[in-house]
Design a binder for this molecule. Sequence first.
Ligand code: PGA
Length: 252
Amino acid sequence: MRKPLVAGNWKMNKTIAETRELLTAMKDGLNAVNGVERVVCPPFISLAAAAEMLAGSKIGLGAQNLYWEEKGAFTGEVAPAMVKELCEYVILGHSERRAYFGETDETVNKKLLAAQKFGLTPIVCVGETLAQYEANQTRDVVSSQTRLGLTGVAADFAPSIVVAYEPVWAIGTGKASTGEAANAVIKDFIRSVIAEMYGEETAQAVRVLYGGSVTAANAAEFFSQPDIDGALVGGASLKVEEFLSIAKAAAK
Ligand code: PGA
């Protein structure tokens, strides 16, 4: 049985003071939701404050990125060991990083291998753009992002990877995919690729989340699907009641 996981991607929102406020409002309620791994991913600069506040709780902490080199002359970057000091999880290859910061399948793969080396649980994002969706390229894009992203990962680490299927056209648009459509992509283009690479058992062990305009109102539709194990939540993760409802829906 795959344990459901709901992760909040705060993106570039909340100062340290605001992070404290939001976590104060969210912490007890979120901590009390059993049967689901719940994770918050504030900006790098807020991670230390968040780690302090979440110590002793069951709420996990994730970063939104890392750099693959271990240390040195990489101004502005954050090394895996620095992330590991504070976090258990790291989001990798988010479509905004691919679109605005030049991330490619190759850099996502390097980051994934770094996460493996440092014992971080990666949440690897894949998903097609609107143009690719309209050109019927979802299969090619999602399966090759999955294959190239996971290349070289050790067989014993692969089952602990989390993949997030986030159709780019659904992110921040209020136009979520449907449970059925997202489930089909996850089953046919993500789990099937993992099965080719690591075998069926690993493909069934890997948790795959849906992301893209998940709200309290539509979460249950995704979580009722057999191949969807939770959600990567953007906008709604900044709203206490919304995020709690989504976590509760995943726990059912
Ligand atoms: P959204 O973002 O829930 O605001 O659509 C999801 C994401 O980008 O991870």
